[in-house]
Design a protein around this ligand. Sequence first.
Ligand SMILES: Nc1ncnc2c1ncn2[C@@H]1O[C@H](COP(=O)(O)OP(=O)(O)OP(=O)(O)O)[C@@H](O)[C@H]1O
Ligand SMILES: Nc1ccn([C@H]2C[C@H](O)[C@@H](COP(=O)(O)O)O2)c(=O)n1
Length: 455
Amino acid sequence: MARPSRAMSLVAAVAAQWSSRVSSVELDPRGSFLHFALRERARRAPREFRDAAPGGPTARCYAVLVCGGDRVPQARLHRDLGDWLRDRLPAGCDPLPLSSYLPRVRDSLVRGYFLRDASVSGPPSLTEWVLRDLHREHRDALVMCSYRRRRKEEDEDGEDGEEDEEEDGSRWSQHLWSSPPEESQDKVQVHGSSRCLYVVPCEAPDYHPSVLNIANSDVFYSLAEACKVLEECRDIIPESRAVLQLVGQTAAARQSPGSPVVVIEGLDATGKTTLTQSLREALGASLLQSPPQCLSPWRARFDQEPPLIRRAFYAVGNYITARQMGQGASQAPVIVDRYWHSTAAYAIATAVSGPVSNLPPEGSELYLWPADLPQPSLVVLLTLDPQERRRRLQDRGQGQTNEEQQLDHNHLFRLRVEEAYRRIRGPVCVAVDAAPSADKVLQQVLLLIRDNCRS
Ligand SMILES: Nc1ncnc2c1ncn2[C@@H]1O[C@H](COP(=O)(O)OP(=O)(O)OP(=O)(O)O)[C@@H](O)[C@H]1O
Ligand SMILES: Nc1ccn([C@H]2C[C@H](O)[C@@H](COP(=O)(O)O)O2)c(=O)n1
């Protein structure tokens, strides 16, 4: 795994803020979460924590959080960490996505994994050995903690004011791993103070925890913010230099092009390519796409990267397309296959999991159009019922990107993308049912263009 380079400051800050932070463990991709907080006074762990934790006196849970170093290596470490843990941990100890954050504080989220270790051996169990190796290698980038069930005799009565009625106790404590990890004991040195914290119930957050960090990590609201990420990638992803060079070479976009610019949006296989080609012929228009053709050589490379980098690439692509739009529309109408709606909707829908109610609320600033990105005259959003879309995908029989495959298999993801599309504000956006014949869809969109666009 690649190592983030810079200092421990965030690691120390996260460790110092434990009693203000909330931890959210994603128990399954359908959006079931376990939320808990940490307090110095003894109290029962939330019922969901006790239900999720393994049984037995030696049972442990662990948290591994990525929070040291610069954001690009940090994002890549987080991506690699999941695979690394799945490869090495014993069967039954699956890493569950974990978020730690200060409630309602933007950009306070750090991510990692929560592990439930039901090993009968130890401690230290095989899981703990694996984690010790990891901690040794990434001490300046990872915060690691263990959680263990308290024995009845260890604690005095706590805030709950009752003795535990269960033999093994229903209180759980968190222990931050100090350096070196071999010194980790029941009460460890936590940046100078000896501290054991209790796992306690807390309120569920208003929205999915990832919403706190979407701005400028998943969705970029200016060209400068997206370029900043690619600048930070220069040394580790040399292709980002070529992309930055292309942005630099393209002439600045014109905010008010002469002829209409119409963007066609929709999930894959809703008929965007079919419609954009027919519109080109019908209107004598020029046809563009986002990401633009000139970025094609690097798209697959950036698709392998974690969201921070991948989304910055697509964001930059929109600005290059915008400049081409401005040039093209001085001569004829312009039709564009995907643009900002795709970039923002897929990014937001991937950042959060679970049902549509986990999305940032309608009206959130996260759905705002970037002030420096030219708006088209009209956006047409093609919608299609899932069965017909699947039929078209199968008929077409081409390879799909990972995200497309996910759309196909993950009903909730598809609903989130569609809803995020609808919530985005900016240019006029009209949803069109793409189920009728290709010609009927074309006629309907031509009418919309006539009614909504002035040349
Ligand atoms: N109105 C329509 N009725 C029936 N079939 C259609 C219609 N429009 C497109 N198709 C067919 O559906 C399939 C997907 O269409 P198309 O490639 O245009 O979708 P797309 O949205 O561009 O997909 P992607 O985003 O994955 O490139 C193709 O086989 C196409 O011939
Ligand atoms: N302007 C764009 C265009 C595409 N994307 C992303 C969103 C999906 O992951 C994928 C879909 O593109 P397709 O396979 O249909 O070419 O690309 C984006 O973020 N922004």
